[in-house]
Write a protein that binds this ligand. Structure first.
Ligand code: GLN
Length: 466
C-alpha cells in the first residue's frame, strides 16, 4: 500500500466484498461504515506515497461502544439500538489521522459485560476456529473480525479482560494498555477506573503500530497521561536477553485446563531459550481479584448506566403513566439480564449501610493487589501467566451460571485493578486445535517491553496467524 502497488480504494472494496462473503458465518459486525471508509480511501489515494501515514489504507474495526459521528453506537444493547452518535471518539480520530479505514462496528456483550459475546442483545458472535464455540468477550466481534481476516486490526475495550481473553480464544494478539495510555473520550463507560481501549491484530507488529497511533495524552480525557509515546515499532527488534520474567506458579492451579498449562509452560521455556531469566513470583492478593472486581466494576457501572433512562439517549418506553414509570419501564425493557444483575449488585454495594462492608473494603484490597505488583516489578520486567484458564468454550455452556462465566477472567482482572498493561499472545493449541493464549504483564507505561518480548516470542514460536 505504502509502495503504491494497490490503492486504498481497492483495499476498501475488497474488504467490504470479503465481509459480505464471510460475516454471515461469524456475525462479528453490528454495522458497516462504508461511506466514511470510502471517503477516507479516496483521501489516502490523493496523498503522495511519501506523505502517507503509517496505517494508510489499513482496514480497522471498532467495538460498538466507541462513538463515530453520524453512526449508530449500540453497545450491544436494546436501550441504544437507535442511538446515533454526534461526535468522534479520540481513538477514531487518531486512527483516521494515521490513515486507517474505519470499516465498521463490532459485536460485544451488552455494555461490555461478559466473557463470551453471548450477552449481546442482537446475536452471539461465533469463533472461526469452531463455530459451535464462543470467541470470548466482551470484545468478541473485534477479535473475530481480525481472526477471520475481515480486517487487519480492531479496537476493543478491556475492563477486566475483554481484549485479552477474546484474543486468547481466537488466536489473535490483544493488548490492554496501561490505564491512562489511551484516551477514553468517546468510549461508553462501563467502569471508569478500569476501562481501557486497546488493539487486536494478527501479529505483534500490527498491534504495536495501532497502539502507536492511538496512544498519548488527550485534553478531552483528564485521566489520559501526559507522557511521551515511544516509537513502539522501532523498539520491537531490541534484544530480550537478560530480561527478568516472573511466573506466579501458585496461580496455575484449580480450574486451569491441562492443555492451557502445558502450552503456557512451553511458552515460558521458549523465552528461557531466548536468554530471559525465569523466576517464581508471589502475588498473594491476586486470589481476591474476582471478588474485588465484582464489587468495584458493578458499583461504577451502576453509576455510569444511570444516564440511560429514556430521557436523553436511545430507547424510551412510551405510554407510561408517570415519569417514574417511564424510567422504570424504559430500563426494564431496554437492559438485558446481565446488565440488570450488575446494576443491582453495584447499587447494593454502594448503598448506605453496605458501602463500608463492600465498596470501601474492595478498594482496600485493590490497594494490596497494586502493592503486590509494585513489589514484583522492582526486580522483574514482566510477569507471565495464562490469559484464560480455558480455551474457547461451547455456546450456551456458561450462560446459566454467571459465576462460571466470571471465572473466565481470573487471570486478566488484576491488570485492570492495578492499571498495568497486559498482552495476550497465541502460544499453541489444544488437541482440538483451539488456540491457547499466554499473557504478559508489565509495569505501568512499559508497553514497549511487553511488545519487545512478545515480538521475540512470536518470531521464535511462530504461533501467530501471520
Ligand atoms: N468479563 C468481564 C466482565 O464481565 C470483563 C469485561 C470487560 O473487560 N469489559 O465484566
Amino acid at each position: 500500500m505504502t509502495r503504491g502497488q494497490i490503492s486504498a480504494r481497492e483495499i476498501c472494496q475488497a474488504t467490504f466484498d470479503y465481509i459480505e462473503q464471510t460475516d454471515s458465518k461469524f456475525h462479528a459486525f453490528l454495522s458497516l461504515n462504508r461511506e466514511r471508509a470510502e471517503q477516507q480511501a479516496e483521501r489516502i489515494d490523493k496523498t503522495s506515497l511519501a506523505e502517507r501515514p503509517p496505517l494508510a489504507g489499513i482496514p480497522v474495526a471498532l467495538k460498538d461502544n466507541m462513538v463515530l459521528a453520524g453512526r449508530p453506537t449500540t453497545c450491544g444493547s436494546k436501550i441504544l439500538e437507535n442511538y446515533v452518535a454526534h461526535y468522534d471518539a479520540t481513538v477514531t480520530e487518531r486512527l483516521e489521522a494515521a490513515g486507517a479505514l474505519l470499516i465498521g462496528k463490532t459485536n460485544l456483550d451488552e455494555f461490555a459485560m461478559g466473557s463470551s459475546t453471548e450477552n449481546s442483545a442482537f446475536f452471539p458472535t461465533l469463533n472461526p476456529h469452531d463455530t459451535q464455540r464462543v470467541p470470548g468477550g466482551s470484545s468478541g466481534g473485534s477479535a473475530v473480525a481480525v481472526a477471520s481476516g475481515m480486517v487487519v486490526g480492531a479496537l476493543g475495550s478491556d475492563t477486566g479482560g475483554s481484549i485479552r481473553q477474546p484474543a486468547a480464544m481466537t488466536g489473535t494478539v490483544g493488548l490492554k494498555p496501561t490505564y491512562g495510555r489511551v484516551s477514553r473520550f468517546g468510549l461508553v463507560a462501563f467502569a471508569s477506573s478500569l476501562d481501557q481501549i486497546g488493539p487486536f491484530g494478527r501479529s505483534v507488529r500490527d498491534v504495536a503500530e495501532i497502539l502507536g497511533a492511538i496512544a498519548g495524552h488527550d485534553p478531552h480525557d483528564s485521566t489520559s497521561a501526559a507522557l511521551p509515546v515511544p516509537s513502539y515499532t522501532k523498539l520491537l527488534e531490541d534484544s530480550v536477553k537478560g530480561k527478568k520474567i516472573g511466573v506466579p506458579w501458585d496461580l496455575f492451579g484449580e480450574g486451569l485446563e491441562p492443555a492451557v498449562k502445558t502450552n503456557v509452560t512451553r511458552g515460558i521455556e521458549l523465552l528461557k531459550s531466548l536468554g530471559c531469566l525465569i523466576e517464581d513470583v508471589k502475588l498473594p492478593h491476586s486470589q481476591y481479584a474476582i471478588d474485588v472486581y465484582y464489587i468495584i466494576a458493578p458499583a461504577e457501572a451502576s453509576a455510569n448506566l444511570a444516564r440511560f433512562d429514556g430521557v436523553r439517549y436511545g430507547f424510551r418506553k412510551a405510554q407510561a403513566a408517570s415519569l417514574t414509570e417511564m424510567y422504570t419501564q424504559t430500563r426494564e425493557t431496554g437492559f438485558g439480564p446481565e446488565v440488570k444483575r450488575r446494576i443491582m449488585l453495584g447499587t447494593y454495594a454502594l448503598s448506605s449501610g453496605y458501602y463500608d462492608a463492600y465498596y470501601a473494603k474492595a478498594q482496600k484490597v485493590r490497594s494490596l493487589i497494586i502493592e503486590d505488583f509494585k513489589k514484583a516489578f522492582e526486580r522483574l520486567d514482566v510477569i507471565i501467566c495464562p490469559t484464560s484458564p480455558t480455551v474457547a468454550f461451547k455456546l450456551g455452556e456458561k450462560t446459566d451460571n454467571p459465576l462460571a462465566m466470571y471465572l473466565s477472567d481470573v487471570f486478566t482482572i488484576t491488570a485492570n485493578l492495578a492499571g498495568i498493561p497486559g498482552i495476550s499472545l497465541p502460544c499453541g493449541q489444544d488437541a482440538r486445535h483451539l488456540p491457547v493464549g499466554l499473557q504478559m504483564l508489565a509495569k505501568p507505561f512499559d508497553e514497549a517491553t511487553l511488545l519487545q518480548l512478545s515480538y521475540a516470542f512470536e518470531k521464535a514460536g511462530g504461533f501467530h496467524l501471520g
